[in-house]
Write a protein that binds this ligand. Structure first.
Ligand code: HEC
Length: 164
């Protein structure tokens, strides 16, 4: 009977896909391509942003892509989504990484301009991360904090190696 044949085929294919999916979870793909590594490398620098609220916004909104303190949502830890996420995070880190760049190598005016122009955080990211849709008040606070943090740049960047 073709019904049973088809059903058996369907079950075989599903089981096969399930096994492939499970194997992919355990496969360290970053040994082939390091940019797909979703793990956080150790931080060399830690910026102390002016005001606790700015600190919180920076960490929850910008540090996903611009630091070595990326926190992935549960669904983003599952391959192959985790590889896509890691690739995006790597693109952000390559341009700006608060965990690896001393503060005097970062231009605060570019950061401020990007927040003002609504370019950062990226619009596509804001679709799936409601907390990244900053209110005008949050933006103003963040911009003030960035300006103040860079004003006292000499003391605001602590090398983790120095601190320990
Ligand atoms: C979803 C990941 C993501 C988030 C979240 C994010 N960025 Fe970015 N950011 C990027 C990527 C990717 C680039 C590189 C864009 C390009 O090359 O076109 C970038 C570029 C930048 C640059 C330009 C760096 C340079 O000199 O080229 C600045 C400044 C910046 N981001 C600031 C921020 C700030 C501030 C926040 C938080 C308000 C933020 N970003 C949030 C991914 C992100």
């Amino acid at each position: 009977m073709t019904f049973w044949k088809n059903l058996r085929l369907l079950i075989t294919i599903s089981a096969g896909l399930l096994i492939i999916f499970a194997l992919v979870q355990t496969f360290p793909v970053w040994q082939l391509d390091p940019t797909l590594d979703p793990r956080n490398p150790p931080a060399q620098y830690e910026v102390r942003w002016e005001s606790a609220e700015a600190q919180q916004i920076m960490h929850s909104v910008c540090y996903t892509c611009h630091s070595n303190e990326t926190e992935y949502p549960v669904y983003m830890r599952i391959a192959p989504l985790s590889w896509v996420a890691a690739q995006h995070v790597n693109q952000g880190r390559a341009r700006l990484n608060f965990s690896e760049q001393p503060l005097d190598s970062i231009n605060p005016n570019v950061m401020i301009a990007m927040i003002q122009a609504d370019v950062m955080p990226p619009p596509a990211y804001r679709l799936t991360h409601p907390e990244a849709n900053l209110t005008p008040a949050q933006k103003a606070l963040l911009i003030d904090s960035i300006a103040m943090t860079f004003d006292r740049a000499a003391t605001s960047t602590t090398s983790v190696a120095d601190a320990s």
